[in-house]
Design a protein around this ligand. Structure first.
Ligand code: 0RA
Length: 644
């Protein structure tokens, strides 16, 4: 290494690598759990590219005991020949030069790439050690690195029949706040990738966990059906009313794949991807899909549905998407990402490409499947009628809802500040706990709104029921955002939002968990932007009050209870334990001390890391099937703890 002469170019690249370590968030988003997992996605993306180019059909991801990661593929292997200009192997250039990724294969169709698409050299820079092994030319090659710097020139270590690339890296614990990998997070993403890239087998193994037979925890994902199977997977807990419609033009200038199916629910559930990245904020591909869907279905209805029936109702775009689950995936050479979280596709040419594919293929489907077309239209007509009923009901209810002089709900105890950035609203389960919270709060910045009984299950309710529901209307009014029903009115006007912390506060028992899930479901389905902006939180009241003599301490879980009991008295004797079953058992001062005082409380921020998974969980938790719900609640530590 020390003998190697650095050219001006390699000094520059060294600086690039230094910069990654200096400002890691610029490259991988953050240095928490997300960034940590991002490293894996970045390496996997390279193998996916190799698969998309048609040279690889298997990818293995292994989580080792020390939380290092191996990603292995059976592709052509990263080239190892000496790069004339750089004076080092192509492998070394790829591994140590920022932005060198696809340089050696200009013709390859390289579209995969993480949100930041920064390349494997970033992963190298952020790893305390990385080992690359290439199987190519019947030879095994190896090079190791530390914090992005090669430890020795590439060497041959043996011969082989295999082909492929293997990368093992250990994230640098001086960079990352969190260094423990989450199996579910990785396996969910790998499953998603297998649906999005059909034909590739992707396996995950967790060497930290053994089952009863001594085998490591592992799963293997492989999809021949692509997005068609993805829709079946997403809709696992919904009741379909038809077959999945699958539309695909894989070899056009902009490859497009779409799958869709209507179900008995009332929510619109469309997931979109660009180059395997979930575009939470949508964009031109989604716009193209929606436009083609509305136009094609309308045209078919005009030509095939008796006028009498449909003339009575006026059908809007929303009506065509009620109870629709769809996945839209496009591959774009030079994607432009816009929006608050850079997950909105901006390329204008993509809208027409998706529109064309969906327009043509959906038209064919409807013509070839008149029975299924009929089912769709019955559903759409019902949605349109319900929406019109809702509009009438809303106008009626608007006059009846009791409001304070300010136009705010009568039940809301507002705060005195009007600066949304410092204002918080507590949505409290029950009038009695609401009363306690009103006494305990800091009225300058904390508003309280009690919610009576169980809030409506929006997963099973039609739109007009949702907006007729008094609790839901109160939430809209208190927050200051408008009730949306007409097309695109669901897009919230966040500028009018009156509080930047919306805190759900429920009892620490299974009923409370259920109610907070109902409220979260409502926000997830109707005010997703609030979650995406990080405004939604869950309060965590303590489970126990422990007392000995004049000393008293709160405990939030079993472990804490045991530890504090030990600290108070070595044999645990003489410690009085009070189990809080509900918020109502605390007085105003206790509630403030433990759950509302910003200095001491713990708020859990609600986030959507994986929109597909969140969707599946909500449709499962709130659906009709009891066994999967019970299994989830039993498996989920948060809820399990609560009812312990
Ligand atoms: C460029 C050229 C060639 C292979 C690759 C990149 C490649 C990169 C990665 C990263 C992970 N796995 C990979 N597999 C392949 C080879 C070009 C050729 O052989 O002609």
């Amino acid at each position: 290494m020390s003998e190697q002469k650095y050219t001006a170019d390699s000094i520059q690249s060294l600086e690039g690598m230094e910069h990654v370590r200096l400002r890691p968030s610029m490259y991988i988003g953050d240095i928490g759990v997300r960034g940590l997992h991002h490293l894996v996605y970045e390496v996997v993306d390279n193998s996916i590219d190799e698969a998309l180019a048609g040279h690889c059909d298997r990818i293995d991801v292994i989580i080792h005991e020390n939380n290092s990661i191996t990603v292995k593929d059976n592709g052509r292997g990263i080239p190892v020949d000496i790069h004339k200009k750089e004076g080092k192997s192509a492998l070394e250039v790829v591994m140590t030069k920022i932005g060198a990724g696809g340089k050696f294969d200009k013709d390859s169709y390289k579209v995969s790439g993480g949100l930041h698409g920064v390349g494997v050299s970033c992963v190298n820079a952020l790893s305390s050690s990385l080992m690359a092994t290439v199987y190519r030319n019947n030879t095994i090659y190896r090079q190791e690195y530390s914090r992005g710097k090669a430890l020795y020139p590439i060497k041959e270590i043996g011969s082989t029949e295999k082909r492929g690339t293997e990368v093992t890296f250990l994230p640098d614990d001086t960079i990352f706040n969190e260094t423990v990998y989450n199996y579910e997070t990785l396996s969910n993403r790998l499953r998603e990738l297998s649906f999005l890239n059909k034909g590739v087998r992707i396996c995950i193994t967790d060497e930290r966990v053994k089952d009863e037979n001594g085998e490591f925890l592992s799963e293997s994902f492989h999809s021949d059906g692509g997005l068609k199977e993805f829709v079946l997977f997403i809709d696992n807990n919904r009741e379909p009313i038809m077959d999945v419609i699958h539309m695909e033009v894989p070899d056009g200038e902009i490859p497009v794949e779409v799958a869709m199916r209507y179900n008995t629910s009332y929510s619109e559930n469309i997931h979109s991807y660009v180059n395997n990245i979930n575009t939470h904020e949508g964009g031109t591909h989604l716009a193209g899909f929606r436009r083609a869907l509305t136009r094609t279905l309308k045209k078919y209805a005009d030509e095939n549905i008796p006028t009498k029936e449909k003339d009575k109702v006026d059908i809007t775009g929303d009506d065509f998407r009620e109870g629709l689950t769809a996945v839209v995936s496009v591959k774009v050479m030079e994607p432009q990402f816009e929006g608050q979280t850079k997950t909105k596709l901006g390329n204008s040419e993509v809208s027409g490409a998706v529109d064309k594919v969906v327009g043509e293929m959906l038209t064919n489907f409807l013509e070839e499947n008149p029975a299924q077309a009929k089912i769709i239209f019955e559903k759409v007509l019902l949605a349109a009628k319900a929406r019109q009923a809702a509009k009438k009901a809303r106008e009626m209810v608007q006059r009846k809802t009791p409001m304070g002089g300010s136009g705010l709900p009568g039940k809301l105890a507002d705060c005195s500040s009007s600066n949304p950035e410092e204002c918080e609203i507590y949505l409290v389960e029950g009038d009695s706990a609401g009363g306690t919270a009103k006494q305990g709060r800091d009225r300058h910045f904390q508003a309280i709104m009690p919610l009576r009984g169980k809030i409506l299950n929006v997963e099973k309710a039609m739109l007009h029921k949702v907006f007729e529901n008094e609790e839901i209307r109160n939430i809209y009014t208190a927050l200051g955002v408008s009730v949306g029903t007409e097309e695109d009115a669901k897009a919230l006007n966040l500028a009018k939002l009156r509080y930047h912390k919306i805190i759900i506060m429920c009892d620490a028992d299974i009923d409370g968990a259920h109610i907070s899930t109902l409220i979260m479901t409502f926000f997830f389905r109707y005010m997703k932007e609030l979650i995406e902006n990080g405004y939604l939180y869950i309060a965590t009241p303590p489970l126990y009050l422990l007392k000995k003599g004049s000393k008293q301490q709160y405990a939030w879980n079993e472990k804490e209870r045991e530890r504090i009991t030990q600290e108070m008295s070595t044999d645990g004797k003489g410690v009085a334990v009070q189990r809080y079953k509900g918020l109502g058992e605390m007085n105003a001062e206790q509630l403030w001390d433990t759950t509302m005082n910003p200095e001491f409380r713990t708020l859990r921020q609600v986030t959507i890391d994986n929109a597909v998974e969140a969707d599946r969980i909500f449709s499962m938790l709130m659906g009709d099937e009891v066994p999967p719900r019970r299994e989830f609640i039993e498996k989920n530590a948060v809820y399990a703890n609560i009812d312990a």
